[in-house]
Design a protein around this ligand. Structure first.
Ligand code: PLP
Length: 392
């Protein structure tokens, strides 16, 4: 049975067109792009073709695109590059709701003696902009703020932040791993200095990432070795995945608007049906400013993990908190930062959709969820008196 896969913020299916494009480079065309001979050297041109496609999705210049191994490497590199380029500055600003790729890297810097400010959010997941701008001082080396949150889908006002930080001469990095391929990103209009993407969030394979670095930005490499990526990221290129990512970006650029509209329709259908038929359910996050594919919902008095396990029996894949924190049963740091009540944090699950989801799949989830919630509440010490779902 094919799963009903609603966990696309964790990872996405590799698009068939992407796989087709990659296969020759995993089979016959296995050369090293740095080689002098034609067999390897021809791959260099293919990599440059992929770089152009990535640049096109971002309305950037190909020279501004650095291929990395993942979103995490791009995030770490951006922040490290900023503090290495400005060695006298010892202050870094980020938010309390970042992905661990930024959050834990900043905590690591704090342990190394850097001063790190974690900007709070309100109960809709919106950023405290006053706090952010008041935190910037002459010692600030870099500000790193995500474009859209992986758990709630909430979008931050990155254009406004980038403009204000530019006026104050502070380097700005945005982790756009969840925004890439879902929202239009025009780097001619958006004055960020650095931006991260990850292939496996937009139907390319795992193990390939992008760091955009605006021309003129001082850059210090994180992975040091050979001359690849014009000396900005050493290591023999992941040729097949780079080519796959190029194709994925081409598809995203072509279908972004129609896909976003279709995803929003499916997401709204799911949300409104679940709110109607499951009592004590709520949506977490700012519904006006959200990724079109993401809904984070809480069902009070039961555990999100229990919901996931029951859904799993129906072949439905979702997640509680982020993929990286599930398994630890640690309540989501994002929902806690939003001040969501404890019982709601524990009963939270995230559905994240992709171009491959259908209305039939969503209707199947709508069909099974009320029964799952009712059943779990029957076993919950807090849930019995809350059961008002109609019997199936
Ligand atoms: N940033 C965000 C917002 C993410 O959602 C993720 C992955 O979930 C990452 C960074 C890390 O990307 P990768 O898995 O490619 O290292």
């Amino acid at each position: 049975m094919n799963p009903i896969y609603l966990d696309n913020n964790a990872t996405t299916r590799v698009a068939p067109e992407v796989l087709d494009e990659m296969l020759p480079y995993l089979q016959d065309l296995y050369g090293n792009p740095s080689s002098m001979h034609t067999f390897g050297g021809q791959l260099y041109r293919k990599i440059e073709g992929a770089r152009e496609k990535v640049a096109n999705l971002l309305n950037a210049h190909p020279e501004e695109i650095i291929f990395t191994s993942c979103g995490t490497e791009s995030d770490n590199t951006a922040i490290m590059s900023a503090i290495e380029s400005l060695p006298r500055r010892k202050h870094v600003i980020t938010t309390r709701v970042e992905h661990p790729a930024v959050l834990n890297f900043c905590r690591h810097l704090a342990r190394k003696g850097y001063r790190v400010t974690f900007v709070p959010v309100n109960n809709l997941g919106q950023l405290d902009m006053d706090f952010l701008f008041k935190s910037v001082d002459d010692d600030t080396a870099v500000v790193s703020i995500m474009y859209a949150n992986n758990e709630t889908g909430v979008i931050f006002p990155i254009a406004e932040i980038a403009q204000k930080l530019k006026e104050r001469g502070v380097l700005f990095h945005t982790d756009a791993v969840q925004a890439g391929g879902k929202l239009p990103l025009d780097l001619k209009e958006l004055p960020v200095d650095m931006l991260s993407l990850s292939g496996h969030k937009l139907h390319a394979p795992k193990g390939i990432g992008v760091l955009y670095v605006r021309r003129g930005t001082r850059f210090s490499p994180y992975v040091i070795g050979g001359h690849q990526e014009r000396g900005r990221r050493a290591g023999t290129e992941n040729v097949a995945s780079i080519i796959g990512l190029g194709k994925a970006c081409e598809l995203a650029a072509k279908f972004l608007h129609e896909e976003a509209t279709a995803l929003k329709v499916l997401c709204d259908r799911l949300e409104s049906a679940l709110l109607k038929c499951c009592p004590d359910a709520r949506i977490n996050g700012d519904i006006e400013n959200r990724l079109p594919n993401t809904t984070n919902m809480s069902f009070e008095y039961i555990e999100g993990e229990a919901i996931l396990l029951r859904l799993n029996e129906f072949g439905i894949c979702a997640s509680s908190g982020s993929a990286c924190t599930s398994g630890s049963l640690e309540p989501s740091h994002v929902l806690r930062a939003m001040g969501i009540p404890y019982t709601a944090v524990h009963g939270s699950i995230r559905f994240s959709l992709s171009r491959y989801n259908t209305q039939q799949e969503i209707d199947k989830v709508i069909e099974v969820m009320p029964g799952v919630i009712r059943e779990l509440r029957e076993y919950s010490p807090f849930g019995r008196e809350k059961i008002v779902c109609p019997p199936q």
